[in-house]
Write a protein that binds this ligand. Structure first.
Ligand SMILES: CC(C)(COP(=O)(O)OP(=O)(O)OC[C@H]1O[C@@H](n2cnc3c(N)ncnc32)[C@H](O)[C@@H]1OP(=O)(O)O)[C@@H](O)C(=O)NCCC(=O)NCCS
Length: 153
């Protein structure tokens, strides 16, 4: 497994991975391209380089603004989950944040997303606040977003 920069030519596969992960709430190619064009935005892609052309397994989008490092999204292909890929991406995030002299990492996670909440809790993130009715769910339902923070050592 290797983590490489996510450039313009990987936006299509990133949108496919996002669709698999988030369904109707997923970001399309245009949305991902717009985010990556923001000052301070960084994309990272995980590839499996062992067989043939490197196969994308997951990605994350980050935003660095002054001393804040924000995880905008992270997604791993369903068939590649529970193998430590998100954990490796998060380690890469913390390393980039440290290099950029960020003092805190931030992210938002849906109140019903237990896998992601466990991942972040294991990495030392703590809940700093909650936004009610933040994410859409089928059937006109909404769930809250928890705002999480972790200091960058
Ligand atoms: C959340 C997600 C990124 C985790 O990716 P992953 O590569 O499977 O995560 P890891 O293998 O690094 O898991 C690390 C730890 O997180 C927790 N975790 C991950 N998936 C879990 C699950 N389905 N159920 C419970 N805990 C889970 C576990 O503590 C796990 O450690 P363990 O496997 O030793 O028990 C992945 O499930 C995903 O892409 N989900 C859809 C998109 C999403 O929700 N992104 C986060 C938005 S905030």
């Amino acid at each position: 497994m290797r983590i490489v920069p996510l450039g313009a030519s990987e936006i299509r596969v990133a949108a496919l991975i996002h669709k698999e992960a988030f369904g109707f709430e997923a970001w399309d190619e245009r949305a991902i391209a717009d985010l990556l064009a923001m000052p301070g935005a960084v994309g990272r892609l995980v590839v499996d380089p062992t067989i043939g052309p490197p196969e994308p397994l997951g990605f994350m989008l980050l935003l660095f603004v002054a001393e804040d490092a924000e995880l905008l999204t992270v997604a791993v292909r369903p068939g590649a989950r529970r193998q430590g890929i998100a954990t490796s991406l998060m380690a890469d995030f913390f390393q980039l944040a440290h290099q950029r002299k960020a003092t805190n990492a931030f992210l938002e996670v849906a109140a019903d997303n237990v896998p992601a909440q466990r991942l972040y809790a294991r990495l030392g993130f703590l809940v700093e606040g909650t936004r009610r009715d933040y994410y859409k769910r089928p059937g006109n339902k909404r769930v809250a977003a928890h705002l999480l923070r972790r200091p960058i050592a």
